[in-house]
Design a protein around this ligand. Structure first.
Ligand SMILES: *Cc1c(COP(=O)(O)O)cnc(C)c1O
Length: 380
């Protein structure tokens, strides 16, 4: 007999280990189109052993979150960007088109059913995982004839076991996650399995994730890409008299996952107006030089799962770059009253790290402390 699961204490939640009671599912067949979507108790799905997804990784997914504010309202954050990206990933794998507005409505309905699962502590939320798979039982490599789209929900806390604590990244220069002409800019399952082994190697060196740095034959250090599940940002003080502050992240050149958080951070930082904000190729040599001359101020990863993740170390085989930035300062600053993010020089006596300012600004929108067109309220 199916039974609703007991709710857990939100503050002990880790990432991705607990699921809510229900899932949304809908299937598709070539010529017949989509079935009516249904919300059912979460449970195993049945697949033919020859289903395409099991052999050729015909799978794409999204990662979104629903946040509960102090006002009890549930909010999504820029969800139309996730629908657009899912549609692009699906198209790349010949998975079927879907109605983006309808899917979002279905997701909202699932969230309404599970609304009691959404924790109301800041930094906690319910992670939403829309998934599309090719289910056609066919061992030939060919276009998708049958598919299934499902959405599961997972109440979550901080992504990394370290919590809000800053992490170290292992600088991976041998394996790549993406290459020119490849599919690194799509959120498709096949991109992730090969990153697990490098990540494991990094974890033996005390790193929570890897940073992919790709040899390009032009520079000794290679080209900075992104992390396994985060886009990466560097706050660098430029050389010379002006000493201009520059926030740099690699450009969307096909190798980088176009993150919703990445886009948001770029817009927020441009709005702060006190630094240059660049999407440009970044060679690891430049990061090393900046670090050597004390101009590497902050490094952080961004993603829906981890939000803004301070990075304090870039670990290589025989050396390590330490980022002087005290990532814990962001945490103290986060604890302060909301709604102050847009005031970088407010009376606060804490050092106003860029990480802290960005996190505060994001949380303010996500938990409804400020009105924003990025927030989509789920009507009860
Ligand atoms: C999902 C993901 C991100 C972050 O994207 P968001 O839309 O900000 O959650 C970054 N890099 C990779 C490789 C990802 O899979």
């Amino acid at each position: 007999m199916w039974q609703a699961k007991p709710r857990l204490d939100a503050t002990t939640l880790k990432f991705g280990a607990v699921y809510t009671d229900h899932m949304l599912q809908v299937s598709w067949k070539d010529g017949l189109g989509w079935t009516a979507p249904s919300i059912d108790p979460l449970g195993p799905i049945s697949l033919h052993p020859c289903a395409q997804v099991l052999h050729y990784a015909v799978e794409c997914f999204e990662g979104m979150k629903v946040y509960k504010g102090k006002d009890g309202q549930l909010r999504l954050f820029r969800p139309e960007m996730n629908m657009d990206r899912l549609a692009r990933s699906a198209a790349r794998l010949t998975l079927p088109k879907f109605d983006k507005v309808e899917l979002l409505e279905c997701i909202k309905e699932l969230v309404r059913v599970e609304r009691d699962w959404v924790p109301d502590a800041e930094g906690f939320s319910v992670y939403i995982r829309p998934t599309m798979i090719g289910t056609h039982p066919f061992l030939g490599v060919g276009p998708t004839r049958e598919a299934m789209l499902y959405v599961i929900l997972s109440p979550v806390g901080p992504y990394f076991p370290s919590g809000l604590k800053p992490i170290k990244l292992y600088v991976e220069t041998e394996n790549v996650r993406a290459f020119s002409g490849g599919v690194g800019n799509y959120k498709i399952g096949g991109n992730y399995a090969p990153t697990i082994l490098p990540q494991l190697r990094g974890s033996h060196l005390g790193c929570s994730q890897v940073l992919f740095v790709m040899q390009d034959g032009k520079s000794k250090g290679g080209l900075v890409g992104e992390s396994g599940s985060m886009n990466i940002f560097f706050l660098i003080r430029q050389e010379g008299e002006s000493g201009e502050l520059e926030l740099v992240t690699p450009p969307l050149d096909g190798l980088i996952l176009p993150g919703v958080t990445r886009d948001t951070v770029l817009k927020l930082a441009r709005g702060f107006g006190d630094m240059k904000v660049s999407e440009r190729p970044l060679h690891f040599d430049e990061v090393e030089r900046a670090s050597e001359s004390g101009r590497l101020l902050e490094v952080f990863g961004t993603g829906t799962a981890c939000m803004i993740q301070p990075v304090v170390g870039l670990v290589m085989k025989d050396s390590e770059i330490t980022v002087p930035f005290d990532g814990d300062a962001a945490k103290h600053w986060l604890a302060k009253a909301p709604g102050t993010a847009a005031l970088p020089n407010s009376s606060s006596d804490e050092p106003l790290s860029l990480c802290g300012r960005l996190s505060r600004a994001l949380l303010d929108v996500q938990y409804g402390h400020v009105d924003s067109e990025w927030s989509v309220v789920i009507e009860p």
